[in-house]
Design a protein. Structure first.
Length: 144
């Protein structure tokens, strides 16, 4: 809880005191060029990524197999966006995870801990009705 509060204070302070204009980065995938959101927004040394689901962006379909492969694919999608903007998973400071079913928490977490070994702040909750009927959506905040 203390990590989340400190993170929010830090982000709020930087966003209110820094003068750099945000840069809105559209997707590098042509199929997503007209999406009504940016894949990443860069502001004052931070990258705010839109949520990623377990979609293979080449086929535009969710990967088969449920929560484990969807979690792996969502994290790979995040890794790809971060690398395009000169960052990587080790620079992630905050993760928000939305599960379709909270019963999938343990299976998701087994995958998660292999990719986020530095233990960024995290919020996890369940909600029904994710995009494309996905099992999981993950969004992150990272530094460059």
């Amino acid at each position: 809880m203390k990590k989340n509060v400190l993170l929010l204070i830090l982000v709020s302070f930087c966003l209110s005191s820094c003068k750099e204009s945000p840069q809105f980065h559209k997707s590098h995938y042509p199929e997503k060029a007209e999406a009504p959101f940016s894949d990443a927004v860069e502001a004052n040394g931070f990258l705010f990524l839109s949520g990623q689901i377990g979609m293979d962006h080449n086929t535009r379909e969710l990967v088969d197999g449920g929560i484990v492969p969807e979690t792996k694919q969502a994290i790979e999608n995040i890794r790809e966006v971060l690398e395009l903007h000169d960052s990587d998973l080790s620079q992630v400071i905050k993760v928000s995870v939305i599960l379709k079913d909270i019963k999938d928490f343990n299976a998701f977490n087994k995958v998660y801990v292999t990719h986020f070994t530095h233990q960024p702040a995290r919020t996890t909750f369940a909600a029904s009705g994710l995009a494309k009927d996905a099992q999981i959506e993950i969004e992150v905040v990272a530094v460059k």
